[in-house]
Structure formats: structure tokens, C-alpha cells
Design a binder for this molecule. Structure first.
Ligand SMILES: NC(=O)c1ccc[n+]([C@@H]2O[C@H](COP(=O)([O-])OP(=O)(O)OC[C@H]3O[C@@H](n4cnc5c(N)ncnc54)[C@H](O)[C@@H]3O)[C@@H](O)[C@H]2O)c1
Ligand SMILES: O=C(O)[C@H](O)[C@H](O)COP(=O)(O)O
Length: 372
């Protein structure tokens, strides 16, 4: 069996060697000729999987993307060919939620904001939106959820409209990119919507770049208007609108979901799905492969709970590191290079803390590994 896998899929060898011959490829460079003998194709979000790529192949049985997003997959075509498809729902939801939290902690300091008095509007209450809401709840920060699809499906949580979200102090986007349906998200934040946001609000996009009209955003910022921006994702990646970068408070190369755990969980989920398809026992576990984290805790300088939480969050993940790399290196290295060579980042759960202090419960609820 020939298993073609994107070279950016972590632990592919560990998980898939027993299934057959492994053939790595560069995500944006895979051709129909190369993939014509594949039995299994494992991708990330930068490979377009469609008839154009697969028309020479007659052997493919399984396509897996080690990501939640599947806008790069022509599912109808795969179905028509009888090829089993799976994505990796939730694999990186914690990673994105921790990215957002780290960004909020930076902006609290920089803009002198009292988070406890603010409301966060979460658009999309799926895996990531939910993880984020849980972390905000742990901190006692007010939030609103907008997800008309889940509301209609009978989700018992309280939902609000997008109009209400637009009035929130902080808006965080966690929807898939969709076009031509009732709940399309393409340019959900277009010129008209953006123009109504104030320069006191914060807009965070860590889902798909095309949810915000980037050109409209740039025009607004050039006129000294519009919200504070945290942008992890961009229209037209990897050829992004670099003029927007100086107008962002924090800006990164689509790495919100790139914790080691987040990326590797995607691999593990594909391994589980392929094992099921081939009736093989699930013997490998990510927990046994992941290295022990090396995280140094800085001394906490205050007894204020939010200050302590902020310090522990920065100990594990300070988004300013990625923001600096992006601003300094994007002129020299490509967008894809920065993603491919992303430094190791761990999730809060990788930091073991003792449960002696009164704020331990809060840290535990945020996802830190608190031992009693
Ligand atoms: N930056 C990154 O590294 C990164 C990482 C993970 C996911 N993502 C992106 O973020 C998206 C969300 O991730 P997720 O794991 O939460 O996915 P998910 O599928 O679990 O949740 C998405 C939610 O959005 C809702 N939704 C769809 N259209 C909507 C609309 N018009 N208004 C409000 N809600 C709507 C859906 O009902 C669903 O509940 C993914 O599709 C992916 O594109 C980016
Ligand atoms: O959809 C997802 O899961 C995320 O956007 C993910 O971080 C994409 O990463 P990539 O496949 O581009 O490496």
C-alpha cells in the first residue's frame, strides 16, 4: 500500500509506517502524475484535493486531512469515486483558543483594558468557539455566542444574532469559510460591517482569511478607522495583503492551531480513521509519543489573579514571539516557510503546576495540568 503524506504532518512515520510504503510530498507542489499510484492520501489544508489532482489515480481508497477545515477538498468528487474521506474535527481547537487568550492578555496590557468588564462575541460555536467560551468562563469574562446553524439544530446554549455580536467589545471569529448558502461566511465582515465597528473594539480572526474583506479593512485602517486587529489568517494565502500588517496589533502566519498537540492530534485522528477503514487495531497513542515539555515559569510579580493567569499563559505561549517572527522575517522568508518552520509550541496542559494556591482551580479550568 502506498501512503502519500504532506511532509508537514507531524509523526506521520510513527503512525503510518506499519500500513505500507510512505511517500512524503510538499503540500502545494503535489501533481496528478506524482499521486497516481497512491492508495492513501494524507494532506493538510494547502493541498487542493479534486479531480484535477486525482484524475490519473485509480487506486485511491482514503483521503484524510489532518485539519478541521476542509474547504480544500472536493467531497462530492471523492464520494462519486467511492473514496473514503475524513477530516480531524477539534484537533486544534484548544490551540486556537489558547492563541486567542494569549492575544487578549497582550492587548489587556497594551491597551490598558479591564477584561472583566468586557464582552467577547464569539462567531461560530463549534469546537474552537466552545473551547474559547470555556476558557473565558474560567476567567469570569462575559461572552456571547452566535451560531445560527447550531441554534437551529437544537443546541441548548444561548445564542445571539450577528448584529449583537457586532456591538461586543471583542469579536473573535471561528467559522468555516463557506459560499453560496444561507449562512455563508465569505466576507461576513465586508466593507459595510467593518465600517460600523469602532476604534475601541478588538477584532480577532483565527479562522479563515476570506471571512473578512481584507482590502476593505485596509482602506478603513488607512483612514485611521476600524477596530484593533489580531490577524492569524489572510485572504489569498500565501500571497497575502502585506500592507495590512503594520495596522495590526498582533499578526501571525496562520499558526493559531499549530501547537504540537494540535497538529499531532490531527495525525492521530487520521490514523484512527484509517485503522477503522482497514479493520486494524488502534495500537498507537499520541500521549505515548509526545515529548515532555520544557517550560520555564517566570516569577509572578503580583497577587492579582488575572496577572497570575497572564504570567502562566505567557510561560507556555506568548503570541508576541510569533508576531515578532512574522513582522521581522516575512520580507526574507515566505509565508509558507514561516509555517513549515514554526518553533515548537505546547498547550497549557503541558505545564504541570501544583494545586497549593487559591488560584489553582482557575488555572485548572483554563486547561493547565494542576496536580493535587
Ligand atoms: N488559524 C488556525 O490555525 C485554525 C485552526 C483551526 C481551525 N481554523 C478554522 O476555524 C474554523 C472553525 O474551527 P472549528 O474547529 O471551531 O470548526 P467547527 O466546525 O467545529 O465549528 C465551526 C462552527 O461555525 C458555525 N458556523 C458556520 N457558519 C456560521 C455562520 N454564518 N455564523 C455563525 N456560525 C457559523 C458552525 O455551525 C460550527 O458550529 C475552521 O473551519 C477552520 O477554517 C483555523
Ligand atoms: O483548518 C485547520 O485545521 C487549520 O486552519 C490548520 O491550522 C491549517 O493548517 P495547515 O493545514 O495549513 O498546516
Amino acid at each position: 500500500m502506498k501512503i502519500f503524506y504532506d511532509e508537514n504532518i507531524p509523526y506521520a512515520k510513527e503512525f503510518f509506517s506499519d500500513f505500507g510504503e510512505l511517500v512524503p510530498f510538499a503540500g502545494r507542489e503535489l501533481t496528478a502524475e506524482q499521486v497516481k499510484e497512491a492508495d492513501v492520501l494524507l494532506v493538510r489544508s494547502i493541498t487542493q484535493v479534486n479531480e484535477q489532482l486525482l484524475h490519473l489515480n485509480t487506486t485511491l481508497k482514503f483521503v484524510g486531512t489532518a485539519t478541521i477545515g476542509f474547504d480544500h477538498i472536493d467531497q462530492a468528487y471523492l464520494q462519486q469515486r467511492g473514496i473514503v474521506f475524513t477530516n480531524a474535527p477539534g484537533c486544534n481547537a484548544i490551540s486556537v483558543a489558547e492563541y486567542v487568550l494569549s492575544a487578549l492578555m497582550v492587548l489587556v496590557e497594551r491597551l490598558n483594558v479591564n477584561l472583566i468588564t468586557k464582552t467577547v462575541g464569539i462567531v461560530g460555536a463549534g469546537n474552537t468557539g466552545t473551547r474559547l467560551s470555556e476558557k473565558l468562563e474560567a476567567l469570569g469574562i462575559n461572552y456571547l455566542l452566535c451560531d445560527p446553524i447550531l441554534k437551529k439544530a437544537g443546541d441548548s446554549r444561548k445564542f445571539c444574532s450577528l448584529d449583537e455580536i457586532r456591538k461586543c467589545d471583542i469579536i473573535s471569529l471561528h467559522v468555516p469559510i463557506t459560499k453560496n448558502n444561507k449562512h455563508s461566511t465569505f466576507h461576513m465582515f465586508d466593507q459595510l460591517v467593518l465600517a460600523e465597528l469602532s476604534n475601541k473594539q478588538i477584532l480577532i480572526n483565527a479562522c479563515r482569511g476570506e471571512v473578512i474583506d481584507n482590502q476593505a479593512l485596509l482602506q478603513l485602517k488607512k483612514n485611521n478607522k476600524g477596530p484593533h486587529l489580531v490577524l492569524d489568517v489572510w485572504e489569498n494565502e500565501p500571497n497575502i495583503l502585506t500592507e495590512l500588517i503594520p495596522y495590526c496589533q498582533l499578526t501571525t502566519a496562520h499558526i493559531a492551531g499549530y501547537s504540537l498537540e494540535g497538529k499531532s492530534r490531527g495525525t492521530e485522528m487520521l490514523y484512527q480513521a484509517l485503522s477503522k477503514l482497514l479493520n486494524k487495531p488502534v495500537e498507537m497513542q499520541l500521549g505515548k509519543i509526545l515529548p515532555k515539555a520544557e517550560i520555564t515559569c517566570k516569577n509572578q510579580l503580583s497577587d492579582n489573579i488575572l496577572d497570575i493567569v497572564k504570567q502562566r499563559i505567557f510561560d507556555v505561549y506568548d503570541v508576541r514571539r510569533d508576531d515578532e517572527i512574522f513582522r521581522e522575517q516575512l520580507n526574507i522568508k515566505s509565508f509558507d516557510y514561516l509555517r513549515k518552520n514554526y518553533p515548537v509550541r505546547r498547550e497549557f496542559s503541558a505545564l504541570e503546576l501544583s494545586a497549593q494556591q487559591c488560584w489553582s482551580e482557575t488555572l485548572k479550568n483554563l486547561g493547565f495540568n494542576v496536580k493535587s
